[in-house]
Design a protein around this ligand. Sequence first.
Ligand SMILES: [Cu+2]
Length: 163
Amino acid sequence: MLFHLRFAALAALLTAGLAPGAVPGSRLEAQERTRSARQTPRPAARPARTFTVALREERRNDVYRFVPAAVTARPGDHLRFRVESGAPHSIVIRDEGLEPRVRQAWAAALRGRVGGLSGPLLPETGTTYEVTVPAAVPPGRYRFYCLVHRAYAMDGTLQVVAP
Ligand SMILES: [Cu+2]
């Protein structure tokens, strides 16, 4: 009788010990289901748009501005800054209050960056400078300005909205 009890206990232990080996199949299946659910194709992403922003001097009254000064875009959209007059200009994204990963994403998006979130000097009329709104940038309001004409309040706002 005692032997039988011991045997039963041993058998139970063995079964328990084996169970994880025997069951993983179902665990794998569950993982597989999760994986394929994740891979279910989403509706096609909307095509990226390009917004052109002129960098302009209004000679009559010493006013420098981005035109338009406010742009609303989604991650993946492009901003094409075009020097129209009053060169040189530049694009600097204000980094106050940005999370490190967001700052990093913007930094990576600024081709020819010259430090911080400062784009290169755009020396000539006709120069274009394109910035793609990074996927890692969350919806929100981002401010930018021209370093050269900061004292003239040459600045603008980019409203990033969900993709
Ligand atoms: Cu400027």
